[in-house]
Design a protein around this ligand. Structure first.
Ligand code: NAI
Ligand code: MG
Length: 532
């Protein structure tokens, strides 16, 4: 399998000089950065490597680049431009200018919807290429990237494309001698910071509602997975979005992310990632211009199996609860609670199912679990497995680096801990890997208390055929998403977000439109005398 950078010249070279709209930008942006052609499993893919500012791929001002690696081998595949604070500054100025420009301010919402649909068409056209890029950059399998990441992103674009001309205000004749109405206005320049677990989908979840409602965007991809966002920026230009509507600054959190979060001319910041970084974003907002903040953070979600559940199906969904993206999913079902009457039966069937998961090179057709995303994540997961052992939990399955015959990749065996106690770190903290903990319960009240005994509140599931119990439980669970007889199912048309330390606000569905609009109330005097 070839994953090497080819020494061929770029296939699609971009114009060599770009003129920015203002002299301010002309000084730096005298040239664009050419695409690199890389071979992904026999497919030649042309990838832009510059920062995407004002619809051009440009070099970083500081002249730095950073390496992108393939988690299946741990080897570098490409170097891309690394933005810093000064690049964020330029991107924000461009985004501001476009936000206020004739072409975007007061633009026809139906046209914005068409642009989003056009982008969806182009992503559909290039979907196999996007799947390949996402697989190379993240370690995802073909099955997952081609059924979740890419179609989920396209579906999200079409959904918000449909919303663009349907965001309306209220009218009120209910106040005597007054007429009042509300307008939903875009917030302005939106800073968006995304993680590495679903790089393409998070990019689209962020930009789609922002653009539908008429904002402009300065977005930072995760340093571990910058490629699909770069590719989509190429398509954003092709779709006909005006220059400056989406600006992508690839780079690190401490530089680019921090600059976005603290920028005085960014009106809103949307973040997905760790709770630790989420706190910093909120603090940055408080210390800068009180930009609006939405946060989608970590989780430690419970998955509860009652004795009347269809055990076979519960086993399948619970395996998917952790196998989706190999545990690197914020709503992963990491704490499984099984009723004592079926504990042994469930554990045996679940262990058999988890042991059957084929771990290996994510480009191999029969692989069901690829490498973890990065060295950092790999080390973190193995570290938690050691902590679990030291805390006295039993490694019931796995617990080691997986032997795949592939050198240098980040492979970990599907791992089950038993004999766990609520106070253990592995029961409290987000591991973000293929590691679950299974424990026993005896009644509904007990398991509800155990399930809610967490600082997080992103998701939860119950498996039961008793609909009254399902309702009681889903009412009682403190989580933004609750599933009955399923797990890890999220749709772009339904709000998604967290209770407690799992976040602030909701993405997806109509709810996300709130994040990207200000409501203005307008009163007309219809004969009301001034008070004296
Ligand atoms: P992170 O929260 O540091 O990274 C997420 C994004 O924030 C990246 O784009 C990163 O560059 C950026 N960032 C980092 N520091 C920043 C700062 N000071 N200011 C602004 N932006 C900043 O998460 P990381 O280190 O990649 O992963 C650590 C753990 O976080 C994972 O093991 C997992 O437990 C959790 N996580 C949760 C995610 C979720 O979907 N809720 C996604 C990614 C990570
Ligand atoms: Mg990578």
């Amino acid at each position: 399998m070839l994953r090497t950078i080819l020494s061929k010249p770029a296939r699609r070279s971009l114009p060599t000089s770009v003129r920015f709209p203002q002299p301010l930008f002309r000084a730096r942006c005298v040239s664009t950065v050419a695409n690199h052609v890389i071979d992904i499993n026999g497919r030649e893919v042309s990838i832009p490597t510059g920062l995407f500012i004002n619809n051009e791929f440009v070099p970083a001002i500081g002249g730095n680049t950073f390496a992108v690696e393939d988690p299946a081998t741990g080897k570098e595949v490409i170097q891309i431009q690394e933005g810093r604070e000064e690049d964020v500054d330029v991107a924000v100025k461009v985004a501001r200018k476009t936000f206020e420009s004739e072409v975007w301010a007061n633009s026809n919402p139906a046209w914005r919807g068409e642009l989003l649909n056009k982008l969806a068409d182009l992503m559909q056209r290039d979907s196999e290429e996007l799947v390949a890029i996402e697989m190379l950059d993240t370690g995802k399998t073909y099955a997952q990237a081609s059924t979740l990441d890419v179609p989920g992103s396209i579906g999200t674009l079409r959904y918000y494309g449909g919303w663009a001309d349907k965001v309306l205000g209220l009218t009120s004749f209910n106040i005597p001698k007054t007429f009042a109405y509300t307008r939903r206005e875009p917030i302005g320049v939106c800073g968006q910071i995304i993680p590495w677990n679903f790089p393409l989908m998070m990019f689209i979840w962020k930009i789609a509602p922002a653009l539908a409602t008429g904002n402009t965007v300065v977005i930072k991809s995760a340093e571990a997975t910058p490629l699909s966002a770069l590719k989509v920026c190429e398509l954003i230009k092709e779709a006909g979005f005006p220059a400056g509507t989406v600006n992508l600054v690839s780079g690190y959190g401490k530089t680019v992310g921090n600059a976005i979060a603290n920028h005085m001319d960014v009106d809103k910041v949307a973040f997905t990632g760790s709770t630790t970084t989420g706190r910093m974003i909120l603090k940055s907002s408080a210390q800068s211009n009180l930009k609006k903040v939405t946060l989608e953070l970590g989780g430690k979600s419970p998955n509860i199996i009652f004795p009347d559940a269809d055990i076979e199906k519960a086993v399948e969904w619970s395996a998917w609860g952790i196998n989706m993206n190999f545990g690197q999913t914020c709503h992963a079902g990491t704490r499984i609670y099984v009723h004592e009457d079926i504990y042994d039966e469930f554990l045996a069937a679940y262990t058999k199912r988890m042991a059957s998961i084929k771990v290996g090179d994510n480009f191999a057709a029969d692989t069901q679990q690829g490498p973890q995303n990065s060295r950092m994540q790999f080390d973190k997961i193995l570290g938690y497995i050691e902590i679990g052992k030291k805390e006295g939990a039993t490694v019931h399955l796995g617990g080691k680096v997986a032997k795949t015959g592939k050198e240098g990749g980040y492979y970990i065996e599907p791992t089950i801990f038993t004999d766990v106690k609520p106070e253990m770190k592995i029961m409290k903290e987000e591991i973000f890997g293929p590691v679950v903990a299974i424990s026993k319960f005896s009644d509904e009240a007990e398991v509800l208390a155990l399930a809610n005994d967490t600082t997080y509140g992103l998701a939860a599931a119950v498996h039961t055929k008793d609909y009254e119990r399902a309702l009681r439980m889903t009412n009682g669970l403190k989580a933004g998403t609750a599933w009955v007889n399923m797990y890890n199912f999220v749709h772009w048309s339904i709000p998604f977000g967290g209770y407690k330390e799992s976040g602030i606000g909701r993405e997806c569905g109509e709810a996300a439109l709130e994040n990207y609009t200000e409501t203005k109330a307008v009163y007309f005097n219809m004969g009301l005398p001034a008070p004296r």
